[in-house]
Design a protein around this ligand. Sequence first.
Ligand code: FES
Length: 60
Amino acid sequence: MAEDILICNCNEIYKSEIVKAIKEKGLKTVEEVGEVTTAGTVCGECQEDIQEILDEINGR
Ligand code: FES
């Protein structure tokens, strides 16, 4: 992987973990990503970034 970036500061979730969860479990929403990885479930500030990753993978 070229780069891994910290997406969720609250729970220390990196982009690679989110990407993996989305691909493995076929996640479609920010809420689902939160349920699986806990990313975005504290302050919510990273939810926009999570949405971008979802769009990147699922196409939009
Ligand atoms: S940075 Fe992800 S919930 Fe706060």
